[in-house]
Design a protein around this ligand. Structure first.
Ligand SMILES: [Zn+2]
Length: 106
């Protein structure tokens, strides 16, 4: 694993995380300089990367700890703006789901 010091690097070390630099669907190399940090807390980053070829996106959590950098990613179809819009939205409850179902099938 690679270590980084967030005090030295203001941006997450995208170049050190190979899976984040290649689109998981079409294998096109991301322009990682266009990846955007959605949230940052201490040595943790929530990052959005977008593939211009197939238009899929990856939302990744990068955490620096004593063991190095750990990361986990999720393929999404949300744009960066969508993620910003929904990141602090209220969670959908089971009651919300049932209410929507009942409204649809009245
Ligand atoms: Zn792609």
């Amino acid at each position: 694993m690679t270590e980084f010091n967030s005090k030295k690097n203001k941006k997450p070390p995208f170049d050190k995380i190979k899976w984040l630099s290649i689109c998981p669907f079409c294998n096109t190399k991301f322009n990682i300089n266009q990846a955007k940090v959605i949230a940052e807390k201490k040595d943790s980053f929530l990052v959005h990367a977008h593939c211009k070829k197939c238009r899929c996106s990856v939302l990744a959590s990068l955490v620096n700890n004593r063991m190095g950098i750990s990361s986990i990613g999720l393929v999404i179809d949300l744009t960066y703006e969508d993620v910003l819009k929904f990141k602090n939205a209220r969670q959908i409850s089971i009651d919300d789901t049932l209410e929507a179902y009942q409204d649809l099938y009245k």
